[in-house]
Design a protein around this ligand. Structure first.
Ligand code: UT7
Length: 323
């Protein structure tokens, strides 16, 4: 019998209180306005982790909620994958720290996936291959980020866009179909349009440790590949756009989400939008949007979801699933 992979539970976590545009602008003395940010991005507020709160702390809260929703104990998890570009340390991985914080002592493999805003799609796809092979049965897949740590708070073109948070899913072997098709892609030749081009060397940071972005180039690239990769997974699954109940794209900019839905001929009311109150949380944005919509009762069991992401690298990918 074919082994399928299903999401058995979702969870998410946002640190602290939401911080509105006006408060952020005032706190950092930015030459900007609530009006500009809302009009160009759709973002109204975001959450930022307090000093000392790290990636694995956010991942822990989201994971506890996902485990509870799945009716699973941490000890039943046999694979831990965290998608992040802002791990606690250079090493060990945020996944290893998360495994320890959850008290998982069964020797389950734990590792991070670094594919920036596509990281959660990469991580789910990897977990699905482990489960489908029969080697693992119950995976914890997390997207967790503290992008506030890599923002240049004097650069108004980037610092207003991002937020911190985490989302998690428990993925399990199942007799019922769940994940139906996935596609992953990368083109490293675009590394220059979105990057944090620094490193730790000899005890100091060398290069530039802040996020740098050519916003317009990223925008154009994102809209094109998000539409292309959606068609790719639909074709693989032998399904049509009309069968998709919910489109859950990476949450970067409401204009990118609208343009993508339009290109795909998916009505805007079937596109989940959380960027207004989360900002861009990179690898966390898709599982955060998923969990919020599941808990709000919008996403129901049996519905078809199209999850897709694009980010630095460039990387992009999509997963089509029956929830
Ligand atoms: O997770 C994936 C990574 N990120 C993305 O997907 C982001 C993709 N790109 C975008 O979302 C948009 O390109 C931005 C929101 C980043 C920028 O919007 P835009 O409509 O492309 O604006 P722009 O970069 O062309 O800038 C227009 C003007 C510029 O001023 P001048 O040169 O026309 O005088 C900017 O300096 O807006 C200025 N500007 C701002 N003004 C007020 C840039 N940031 C701000 C700001 N407040 N925060």
């Amino acid at each position: 019998m074919t082994v399928h992979t299903r999401i058995s539970g979702t969870g998410s976590y946002l640190p602290g209180e939401p911080i509105g545009n006006a408060a952020l602008i005032a706190a950092h003395g930015l030459e900007s306005s609530d009006e500009w940010i809302v009009e160009r991005t759709g973002i109204r507020s975001r959450h930022l982790a307090a000093p000392g709160v790290n990636c694995s702390d956010l991942a822990l809260e989201a994971s506890r909620r996902a485990l509870q929703a799945a009716g699973r104990k941490a000890a039943e998890i046999d694979l831990v994958i965290v998608a992040t570009s802002t791990p606690d340390y250079v090493f060990p991985s945020a996944a290893a720290l998360l495994q320890s914080k959850l008290g998982i002592t069964n020797g389950a493999p734990a590792f991070d996936v670094q594919a920036v805003c596509s990281g959660f799609i990469y991580a789910m796809t990897i977990a699905e291959k482990f489960i489908r092979s029969g080697s693992h049965k119950c995976a914890l897949v997390v997207g967790a980020e503290v992008f506030s740590r890599i923002l240049d708070w004097t650069d108004r073109g980037t610092c207003v866009l991002f937020g911190d948070g985490a989302g998690a899913v428990v993925l399990e072997a199942s007799e019922q179909p769940g994940l139906l098709a996935s596609a992953l892609h990368a083109d490293g030749s675009h590394h220059g349009i979105l990057s944090v081009p620094g490193q730790v060397s000899g005890g100091v940071v060398t290069g530039d440790p802040f996020l740098r972005m050519d916003g317009q180039a990223v925008f154009k690239f994102a809209v094109k590949v998000l539409a292309d990769v959606a068609h790719e997974v639909l074709a693989t699954a032998g399904m049509t756009v009309a069968q998709v109940d919910w489109l859950i794209p990476h949450q970067a900019n409401v204009r990118i989400l609208q343009a993508t839905a339009k290109r795909l001929h998916i009505p805007s009311e079937n596109c989940i939008v959380t960027v207004a109150h989360h900002g861009n949380t990179s690898a966390a944005s898709i599982p955060l949007a998923l969990d919020e919509s599941v808990r709000a009762g919008r996403i129901q069991r049996g519905q078809h979801l199209l999850l897709e992401g694009v980010g630095g690298g460039f990387t992009w990918g999509a997963t089509l699933l029956r929830f």
